[in-house]
Ligand binder design. Structure first.
Ligand SMILES: [Zn+2]
Length: 467
């Protein structure tokens, strides 16, 4: 029998083993909680870690809990060739579940539903099943694979930071916490804080307050502002005159001496601003068009409107727009603005391609912001890149193509994955292209057949890297 035939035969009929193990983990609400001794991320993540280590022990692969930060399961006592890094913590259940309760796993038509089924408990069990297959097939291994069970991916990634502060990197690391085929480029992050201060003024009309987005990595779905010295009707007319897209809606309400303006848009992830409708930049555009008194707050609003015009998702007006063939275009979303009678503080979220440097990103943005009279602070977190022609990626691509029959390809993304800070790390699965897993949403699900394929792919990768 060839190695592939041996694997096919070993995996045959193991679906129930897999789904039962994933279900045991889904039943545990492993959202971040209050720290306790040995439970740095609270009782939920700790319980999920304990349960996973029970399963791995039952499967003949005993693991170890490292002070509650991560668990590790080793295939053997040889030197590490590969780390498989995933996580057992989950995002909160949220609303809108229809197929089952979030922590009551349910199998319907080959799909297993429940919080964490896809992110990342199912894929972690698939990786463990791959290790069990290799162990039971008695392959002549000369190297080890270590499965690292993270417990803080969804919040601050203090788990991997803790682990890699104390343990060396492996020559190769893959994470099943994203999508197939292969994510080998993660753009850099540039999210500086900038602002200005001024003396409280009395001249009218003027903007006295502005509240934009709550998070740096989310396109703001809402923004609000208070204007004194202008009637609501005049502001409504100005809003209509802007002619913005239909998804942007302004609500203007009269208050004593002026009006309040609410702007509603559509949120999106900060790395994909073109998928949203930025309420903050729309409201700034409206304010900049109003006949305000010549004041520092007015000058600031007009400068913000000039540097971050509504609909500019690539940093063109700021002067940092750039792209390259491998990683695509720089993206920019203006996401946070808090303004009051004494000044403002703001941030934007920019994802920078491989060609982006301190000179072409920070220096240019800082100059533009300082020219507008603002202070600015923040550094560039560089991009992550593992070349597509490296032997590791060739191995991953080959395994993916062997077991799915689909062509592999390398993807560049703007969001960061679990391996962003791990040298040579690659996100490899486990969501199959086109499968809607409802990541972080209601009715999160995973295809059992896809998980079996994932296990087979990982088993082949382990065989090739460890023998
Ligand atoms: Zn995840």
């Amino acid at each position: 029998m060839t190695a592939k035939e041996q694997l096919v035969s070993w995996f045959h009929g193991r679906e129930t083993t897999l789904t039962e193990a994933v279900s045991r983990l889904v039943r545990i609400d492993s959202t971040l909680g209050e720290p306790a001794p040995g439970q740095p991320f609270g009782p939920g993540p700790a319980a999920a870690l304990k349960e996973f280590l029970s399963i791995s022990g039952e499967w003949g692969l005993p693991g170890e809990d490292l002070e509650g930060y991560v668990g590790v399961v080793d295939l053997n006592d040889k030197p590490d060739a590969l780390h498989i890094l995933g996580h057992l913590d989950v995002v909160p259940a949220g609303e809108g579940w229809t197929v089952t309760e979030p922590f009551v796993p349910k199998l319907v038509d080959g799909l297993l539903y429940g919080r964490g089924a896809s992110d990342d408990k199912g894929p972690m069990v698939a990786a463990l099943l791959a290790m069990k297959a290799i162990k039971e097939l008695d392959a002549p291994l000369t190297k080890n694979v270590r499965l690292i069970l993270g417990t803080d991916e969804e919040t601050a990634m203090r788990d991997v930071e803790w682990y890699y502060d104390r343990h060396p990197y492996a020559p190769n690391t893959l994470s099943p916490d994203a999508d197939f085929p292969i994510i080998n480029i993660e753009k850099g992050h540039y999210q500086p804080v900038f602002g200005a201060k001024w003396e409280p003024e009395t001249a009218l009309p003027r903007v006295t307050a502005f509240t934009g987005g709550p998070r740096v990595n989310m396109v703001p779905p809402k923004a609000s502002a208070t204007v004194l010295g202008l009637e609501a009707d005049a502001v409504r007319q100005a809003a209509e005159g802007l002619g913005l897209e239909a998804e942007i809606r302004f609500t203007v309400t009269g208050i004593p001496g002026g009006c309040e303006i609410l702007c509603a848009g559509q949120n999106a992830h900060g790395s994909t601003p073109e998928e949203g409708h930025n309420a903050q930049t729309a409201l700034i555009a409206l304010l900049a068009s109003l006949p305000m008194a010549e004041l520092p707050s007015t000058a600031a609003i007009r400068a913000l409107s000039r540097l971050f015009p509504h609909g500019d998702h690539t940093g063109t007006a700021l002067g940092i727009s750039q792209s390259d063939e491998l990683s695509g275009a720089l993206s920019l979303a203006f996401t946070i603005l808090e303004l009051n009678e004494e000044g403002f503080e703001a941030r934007f979220d920019s994802r920078t391609p491989l060609c982006g440097t301190e000179e072409t990103v920070n220096a240019v943005a800082e100059k533009a912001l300082k020219n507008a009279g603002f202070t600015v602070e923040g550094r560039l977190d560089p991009p992550h890149h593992v070349p597509a022609d490296s032997p590791f990626i060739q191995t991953l691509a080959n395994a993916y193509e062997t077991w799915t029959g689909e062509k592999s390809e390398c993807l560049a993304i703007g969001g960061g994955t679990y391996v962003h800070d791990i040298p040579g790390g690659v996100a490899f699965g486990a969501n199959m292209p086109g499968f809607a897993c409802s990541l972080h949403g209601p009715d999160e699900r995973v295809s059992v057949q896809d998980l079996m394929t994932t296990a087979e792919i990982y088993a082949q990768v382990i065989l090739e890297l460890c023998t």
